[in-house]
Write a protein that binds this ligand. Sequence first.
Ligand code: GTP
Ligand code: MG
Length: 138
Amino acid sequence: VERTLSIIKPDATKRNLTGKINAKFEDAGLRIIAQKRIHLTPAQAGVFYEVHKERPFYGELCEFMASEPVVVQVLEGEGAIAKNREVMGATNPADAAPGTIRAEFAESVGENSVHGSDAPETAAVEIAYFFSGLELVG
Ligand code: GTP
Ligand code: MG
C-alpha cells in the first residue's frame, strides 16, 4: 500500500478544523498512521517548500506555514497519493470540486487548509522530513 505526507495548514488548525478534515480522510478510506502537531519556523517551512523557492509567493507561503501550528500526518491506503489529492480538491478553492476539503474549508489559493504530496518520490522525502520509521504505525 501507498503512503503520503499530509499537512493540515495554519488556517485550518486556527479554525479548529483538524477533526473535520481527518474525517474526510478516513471517510475516503485513508488511514492516519502517524500524526503530530508542530509549530514550524519560517526556515523549516522554507526547506519543506524549497521546490517553490523561485515562485513569487514563496516568502508569503513560508511565513504563513509558520504563523500557527500545523498537523503533519502520514496517510496510508491503496493509491493514497492520488486519493488524498482528490479529497483535498484543487489548489485554488474557487476551482475545487464540491465536497472536497478545499471547497468546504479553504480561505484562498494561499491559505488552502491542506498539503498533500504529489508523487511517490516527493512523498518519501516529505515523510522522512517529519517522521522517523518508528513513528509510522501502519
Ligand atoms: P500543496 O499540497 O500545498 O503542495 O498544494 P498544491 O500541490 O495543490 O499546490 P502547489 O504545489 O502548486 O503550491 C504549493 C502551495 O503554495 C499551495 O498549496 C498554496 O498554499 C501556495 N500557493 C500556490 N499558489 C499560490 C499563489 O498564487 N499565492 C499564494 N500566496 N500562495 C500560493
Ligand atoms: Mg504541491
